[in-house]
Design a protein around this ligand. Sequence first.
Ligand code: 5RP
Length: 220
Amino acid sequence: MTPEDKKRAAAEAAVAYVKPDSIIGVGTGSTVNHFIDLLAAKMAGQITAAVSSSEASSERLRALGIRVVDLNDIGKLDLYIDGADESNTRLELIKGGGGALMREKIVAAASREFICIADDSKLVATLGAFPLPVEVIPMARELVAGELRELGGEPRLRAAFITDNGNQILDVHGLHIEDALDLETRINQLTGVVCVGLFARRPADRLILSGDDGIRTLQS
Ligand code: 5RP
């Protein structure tokens, strides 16, 4: 199976969790793109609407005939489907490879259930081989970079990239994250940080992993 086949298989398994007449949260990335395509193909006209975590996903949803609504008009969501860059077995995640971490965290926080979909290469023993994205207010970029170095990381500015919120991203290399909740809290407290792509305070509830042997589901 190619990596794309695996992403598609994980996305297909997630469609089974979507209830007709519901409003669902939809994340961002290549795995989620498969999910959006399959959702439109299999449940066209059956779901009420989606709350999206990025302009890119909103555009894809709308192009396939799925209505996109504002979270402020909805309140709590029953279900959020999104990908990840890494997950540990506690279903704590690194996210933000696509730069949508802030809105992804908002939609995850607003959702009763968060199902993460990924190919099996994303499951790791310890988070941190994937550089940790940190969204920063541009004016504070160097200030935050210095603090991240103090925490043991090596921040690198994501070149030619501006988030949907008008901010920049520092990708932090060289971390070996044993206590994800503690690091999430520390980075959140740095002045100038908008969001850190660690999802430990609100991990996934379920991780659908696709591999050569089929689908495996982990629950927190
Ligand atoms: C975007 C994300 C994505 O979920 C993450 O980068 C995984 O992407 P892909 O499915 O393309 O591997 O967090 O901000």
